[in-house]
Design a protein around this ligand. Structure first.
Ligand code: I3P
Length: 126
C-alpha cells in the first residue's frame, strides 16, 4: 500500500533553471561539468532535472528519476573561490555530496540562496 507523505513535503517552494555542477559524490571529488538544470525546491529536498520542465513532466510517465538531494543537515555557502564564474554557491549534504549552483543574474541567485538557506534552517540537523 502506498504511504502518502505529509502535504508539506510535497509542496514546491521554488523552481527554475540554474547552472549546476556536481563536484563531489560521497566525499569523492568529481570532475567539474557545468550544465543547465531544472531545479525544484520543496521543504526537505532539492530535485535536479537534467532536462527542461516539459521534458521532465513527460519523463515522469517513463519512471525517469531526477537527482534528489536531502537538505537535512546540509550546508550552503557562497563559493567565490571554487569557480571563475560569478554568483556561485555550494550545497554540501550530510552524505558528502557537493553541488555548485550559478546564475549570471544577481537577483535570481540571491533568491535561490535565501530560499535554500531558509529551507535548511527550518529542518532538524540530522
Ligand atoms: C573545467 C571547465 C569548467 C571550469 C573548471 C575547468 O575544465 O572549464 O568550466 O570551471 O575550472 O577545470 P574541463 O572542462 O576541462 O574539465 P569554472 O567554469 O567554474 O571556472 P576549475 O578546474 O578551476 O574548477
Amino acid at each position: 500500500k502506498d504511504v502518502i507523505p505529509p502535504l508539506e513535503q510535497l509542496m514546491v517552494e521554488k523552481e527554475g533553471y540554474l547552472q549546476k555542477a556536481k563536484i563531489a559524490d560521497g566525499g569523492k571529488k568529481l570532475r567539474k561539468n557545468w550544465s543547465t538544470s531544472w531545479i525544484v525546491l520543496s521543504s526537505r529536498k532539492i530535485e535536479f532535472y537534467k532536462e527542461s520542465k516539459q521534458q521532465a513532466l513527460s519523463n515522469m510517465k517513463t519512471g525517469n528519476k531526477p537527482e534528489s538531494v536531502d537538505l537535512c543537515g546540509a550546508h550552503i555557502e557562497w563559493a567565490k573561490e571554487k569557480s571563475s564564474r560569478k554568483n556561485v554557491f555550494q550545497i554540501t549534504t550530510l552524505s558528502g555530496n557537493e553541488f555548485l549552483l550559478q546564475s549570471d543574474i544577481d537577483f535570481i541567485i540571491l533568491d535561490w540562496f535565501h530560499a535554500i538557506k531558509n529551507a535548511i534552517d527550518r529542518l532538524p540537523k540530522d
